[in-house]
Ligand binder design. Structure first.
Ligand code: RET
Length: 133
């Protein structure tokens, strides 16, 4: 599959508000977050992946190895501890985040040279699309 590595700039962001509400993020932080033009910086070193969500306001970095459940602390998002498991399912990089919130996770994939990201939590689905820088 096409590589997801590189620097990506957000071109669309649908229902980020609903996703953040499902996470229980307060109105003040939601308002700031909604205005951000996010970037994804994705690196792969062997079986170690690093996904950086970068903005002028706050950054979030998640590092993981495939097929190994790890503790993730969603610092600066909803500040929860979850157990995260990332696997390839066909051409999709799929993460399940097990914890207090039901049905939580995300999926990354490449389509038409764009990086697609679906974030979901408790019935809310946010769709983000990024173009390569
Ligand atoms: C920001 C700003 C502060 C409020 C919120 C944020 C959301 C970050 C998200 C990051 C997702 C990262 C993923 C990483 C994969 O490895 C931008 C930090 C709510 C949703 C999916």
């Amino acid at each position: 599959p096409a590589s997801i590595c590189g620097t990506w700039e957000m071109i669309s962001n649908v229902n980020f508000e609903g996703y953040m509400m499902a996470l229980g993020i307060g109105p003040y932080l939601r308002k700031i977050a909604l205005r951000l033009k996010l970037k994804k910086v994705i690196e792969q070193h062997g079986d170690l992946y690093v996904i950086k969500t970068v903005s002028t306001f706050r950054n979030y970095t998640f590092s993981f190895k495939l097929n190994q459940e790890i503790e993730e602390f969603t610092q600066g998002l909803d500040n929860r501890h979850v157990k995260s498991l990332v696997t390839w399912e066909g051409n999709k990089l799929v993460c399940v985040q097990t914890g207090e919130k039901k049905n939580r996770g995300w999926t990354h994939w490449i389509e038409d040279d764009k990086l697609h990201l679906e974030l979901y939590c408790e019935g809310e689905l946010c769709r983000q699309v990024f173009k390569k820088k």
